[in-house]
Design a binder for this molecule. Structure first.
Ligand SMILES: NC(=O)c1ccc[n+]([C@@H]2O[C@H](COP(=O)([O-])OP(=O)(O)OC[C@H]3O[C@@H](n4cnc5c(N)ncnc54)[C@H](OP(=O)(O)O)[C@@H]3O)[C@@H](O)[C@H]2O)c1
Length: 289
């Protein structure tokens, strides 16, 4: 099987390229393909003729999407459209990566994890642009998998965000006397290596559709930060704050926990708890033994 990956040097792309090594792999970076340009996408896909395309290319800076709305829709929506049209022309499978931030905009606050059968209501430009990308993929490419995940941390760090939350917390804990972290946004932290492994398993199947893939369990950013420091053996005090006290341009869902329901229905949900995944990450980085 020939697998083409866009955003191959991104956080998820890097882990995907590791876990896809037993396939014929075509790893493409932003300098190899411009996802917002239909001609570029068609020409590159046409050159390699992959059986399977994994599109991780995205504009992931959630706050900047609020002020750079055109860029958000160009990359996250039209980019997905271009990938879907070009994949369909080749008869290839398209795996498109999306986010928990397509949820969270309902009037009633949610407390039950979202399944793939819940209707998304995004509250940010990022979420809206990612949902628009999903819609293009669903309508334009027959053999599609839409993979929603959340709170990714991986060895490469999100290139679009300049790192990941784990690294930010470890760095700040060593620079500051105390940390203040938001305690009223609940989600499932997910190790991009675990996500990559599950995607690698799914692409050999014909189980098309939407999949939620996160590590097991959920927490707030505050609880995540506390666990990071605990595992690292750092004693820097952390104070829980609310999102009102930490002003960000984009609104975030107060609850965006994804239920890996589709995987579970198929007997494929063996995702480990996020704390175990975090430990594995910390070991792989040499922070703990
Ligand atoms: N990070 C998270 O917490 C999170 C959570 C849920 C879902 N996701 C989704 O997971 C996917 C991967 O995220 P990530 O954390 O791996 O982000 P990332 O590290 O920023 O990777 C995104 C990749 O896309 C490339 N890219 C950006 N614009 C492009 C364009 N116009 N044409 C071609 N390539 C372009 C980037 O290359 P350059 O940097 O060179 O431009 C980068 O390699 C995204 O779809 C994101 O929405 C992420």
């Amino acid at each position: 099987m020939k697998v083409l990956v866009t955003g191959a040097n991104g956080q998820l792309g890097t882990d995907l390229c590791q876990s896809l090594q037993h396939f014929q792999l075509i790893p493409l970076t932003h300098s190899d393909i411009e996802i917002t340009n239909m001609n570029s996408v068609k020409q590159v896909f046409g050159k390699y003729k992959p059986d399977t395309i994994i599109n991780t290319a995205a504009y992931v800076r959630v706050d900047d999407c609020e002020t750079e709305q055109d860029k958000a829709f160009q990359v996250n929506a039209l980019g997905a459209r271009n990938a879907a049209v070009a994949a369909q022309e080749l008869g290839a499978k398209l795996i498109h990566i999306s986010t928990d931030y397509v949820f969270g905009g309902e009037a009633e606050p949610r407390t039950i994890p979202y399944t793939e059968f819940d209707t998304p209501v995004p509250i940010s430009i990022y979420g809206k642009s990612k949902l628009a990308g999903e819609d293009f993929v669903r309508h334009l490419c027959q053999k599609h998998f839409i993979i929603r995940s959340s709170g990714l941390f991986g060895a490469a760090g999100a290139s679009g965000k300049g790192g990941n939350f784990v690294e930010t917390i470890l760095k700040l804990a060593q620079e500051r006397h105390q940390l203040k972290v938001v305690n009223n946004q609940i989600f499932s932290p997910t190790y991009s290596k675990d996500l990559a492994t599950k995607i690698t398993q799914l692409i050999t199947t014909e189980y098309y559709g939407i999949f939620h893939i996160t590590n097991r369990g959920s927490c707030s950013w505050y609880e995540f930060a506390k666990e990071i420091l605990k595992q690292a053996g750092l004693k820097t005090p952390i104070i829980p704050i609310t999102s009102d006290q930490y002003l960000q341009k984009a609104k975030r869902p107060s609850f965006s926990v994804l239920d890996n329901y589709h995987l579970r229905l198929l007997g494929l949900d063996d995702m480990r708890p996020w704390q175990e995944a975090l430990k594995d990450y910390m070991i792989s980085k040499g922070y703990i033994k």
